[in-house]
Design a protein around this ligand. Structure first.
Ligand code: 5GP
Length: 182
């Protein structure tokens, strides 16, 4: 049987990536992470093929041209991210439920394509101020980058009610428990 698609989206800094990583540890959920392609450089600790397929601009554009993406987007100016068709197909055919950590527009596009095979979950930060604190504490992004992410977050929050489920991430263990139940 083909696996289902479980798509997480949230403003950057909402804790979505941490929640997804916690869920992946629960073996009975039979989850496999959909590794996206991106044209950005890897951050410290990130691995090619595990966190992202880090591609050169040229490679990314070729894949767009060859229609290899389920969806792709310029999430920030000059920053491209996309879900590869082969990635989803392979994991679903292996009977895995594919779990996605992508942006809100990408999430809603995938839902549109896969309908009832897909479940969309929006991870909501307790507040925009808390989001800003988290991005600053993460200290992986420059001041400019954080400003860009906050501006985008405010826009993304307006999409929350288009998702199948909303989970507020105030305390991480509770948010993990809630998403696990869903
Ligand atoms: P980051 O650079 O922090 O890893 O990710 C930036 C944003 O791009 C996040 O909101 C992340 O979820 C989103 N993103 C990652 N992969 C994809 C993808 O395949 N498609 C889309 N549309 N967004 C993605």
């Amino acid at each position: 049987m083909l696996g289902k698609l479980i798509i997480f989206a949230a403003p950057s800094g909402s804790g979505k990536t941490t929640i997804v990583k916690e869920l992946l540890k629960i073996l009975e959920l039979k989850l496999a992470f959909s590794v996206s392609a991106a044209n950005r450089k890897s951050r410290v600790g990130e691995e090619h093929g595990k966190d992202y397929y880090f591609l050169e601009n040229e490679d990314f554009k070729n894949k767009i041209h060859n229609n290899e993406f389920v969806e792709w987007e310029e999430v920030y100016a000059g920053r491209f991210y996309g879900t590869l068709k082969e990635e989803v197909k392979e994991k679903r055919e292996a009977g895995k439920n594919v779990i996605f950590d992508i942006d809100v527009v990408g999430a809603l596009n995938i839902k549109e394509l896969y309908g009832d095979d897909a479940l969309t979950i929006f991870i909501m930060p307790p507040s925009v101020q808390e989001l800003e604190n988290r991005l600053q504490n993460r200290s992986t992004d420059s001041f400019e980058e954080i400003k860009k992410r906050i501006a985008k977050a405010e826009h993304e929050l307006s999409f929350a009610d288009k998702f199948d489920k909303i989970v507020v991430n105030d305390k991480l263990p509770e948010a993990v428990f809630e998403t696990r139940k869903i």
